[in-house]
Design a protein around this ligand. Structure first.
Ligand SMILES: Nc1nc2c(ncn2[C@@H]2O[C@H](COP(=O)(O)OP(=O)(O)O)[C@@H](O)[C@H]2O)c(=O)[nH]1
Ligand SMILES: [Mg+2]
Length: 333
């Protein structure tokens, strides 16, 4: 299943992928034998390089231009029925008994997407691939959240919001057309659903005056209280990405519905020089650090595990009709 990870430039996409890789290494080597993480060589190299850098207290250097290599990865979740299959079959090919989600990261401020938003014409392969996505994860950069609406960061946030909202409408319109094609060719399909999620990146950079203005306390609610998490996250998103939030909360467009969204945090603990504004790149705080190496970045590990687990249900739920649609697309092109 194609899935999209949308982020603005410097919103923390590369860092997110590096942390996801880190979390997955830790999680996957634990008792979790029913989860698989897979990535093309180029992406895996980037993610593990980011991880190695973080073990050295460094963030990835900011991406100034569009990413040359496309970053992507696959989540695989063991299907429940597989328990009944003999061991030797299970061993044959992991992609079969696993439900998989194929994520690609997109720089929303990149040329291809800008052109698509202006013209509405989806000729570029990247855009066609993007529109096929069934899952949409929107990264929102908390360091750009400010009560001062006269800043470049705030203006960038508004522009990002408008672009993502337009993309969401385009997803729905595309899904609707795909559904009509299927029906016309005699394939019985359920009305399409899009599965959205938000990741609040650089959460530790969220400013106290922003929280105070919105009447929010400092701590984000824990993973066991989904409702409180949604309320907290939406209080922020309603102010900083209002159009995107209303697309996601707005229900159906062109008969295509949005599933209930989930909200996740990403943060990395950084060293702060007391009484001074940090100069240059912040240094990452590590746990279990030893001078000879081996420290791990201190980050929101539990949130990443929750992110991985959230998509388990979705991966199993995505109906076979979507697979049919993929086959249909393959034949048509
Ligand atoms: N303090 C803090 N800074 C972050 C975090 N994530 C990213 N950054 C900063 O934001 C910059 C851009 O992040 P990056 O992941 O490269 O963004 P991308 O352009 O969307 O791939 C990094 O160089 C860091 O300085 C975070 O969790 N905390
Ligand atoms: Mg990047």
């Amino acid at each position: 299943m194609p899935c999209a990870l949308l982020g603005d430039r410097a919103s923390g996409k590369t860092t997110f992928l590096g942390l996801l890789y880190t979390a997955q290494v830790k999680y996957g080597t634990g008792v979790q034998d029913d989860f698989r993480f897979h990535a093309p060589m180029a992406s895996l190299n980037v993610m593990s390089a980011v991880y190695e850098g973080m073990k050295d207290a460094r963030f990835p250097s900011a991406t100034l231009k569009e990413e040359i290599t496309e970053l992507s990865f696959i989540f695989g979740y063991l299907r429940r029925i597989v328990g009944k299959l003999p061991y030797y079959i299970r061993q044959q090919n992991w992609s079969r008994p696993f439900s998989t989600l194929r994520f690609s990261a997109y720089d929303v401020s990149g040329e291809d997407i800008e052109e698509f938003i202006e013209t509405g014409i989806a000729t570029r392969p990247l855009i066609q691939q993007l529109l096929k996505s069934v899952v949409v994860v929107v990264l929102v950069d908390c360091s750009k959240m400010t009560t001062d609406i006269d800043t470049p960061g705030y203006r960038k946030m508004l522009r990002y919001d408008s672009t993502v909202a337009k993309l969401l409408v385009a997803f729905q319109t595309y899904k609707k057309q795909e559904y009509e094609h299927l029906k016309d060719s005699g394939i019985a399909a359920d009305p399409p659903i899009i599965y959205p999620a938000f990741v609040l990146t650089k959460f530790a950079s969220l400013r106290d005056d922003v929280l105070a203005r919105l009447g929010l306390h400092r701590g984000f609610p824990g993973l066991d209280d989904k409702r409180a998490r949604r309320d907290y996250a939406e209080a922020l998103l309603r102010v900083f990405v209002p159009q995107t939030l209303s697309q996601i909360r707005g229900g159906k467009v062109a008969g295509v519905s949005m599933d209930k969204s989930e909200y996740f945090l990403s943060w990395v603990r950084t060293e702060t020089a007391e009484g001074m504004d940090p100069v240059g790149q912040p240094r990452i705080v590590r746990t279990g650090f030893r001078p000879e190496g081996g420290g791990e970045p201190d980050f929101s590990y539990d949130e990443y595990v929750a992110f991985i687990e959230h998509f388990r249900d979705i991966a199993h739920k995505i109906p076979d009709e979507v697979l049919e649609a993929e086959k249909f697309q393959a034949r048509a092109s």
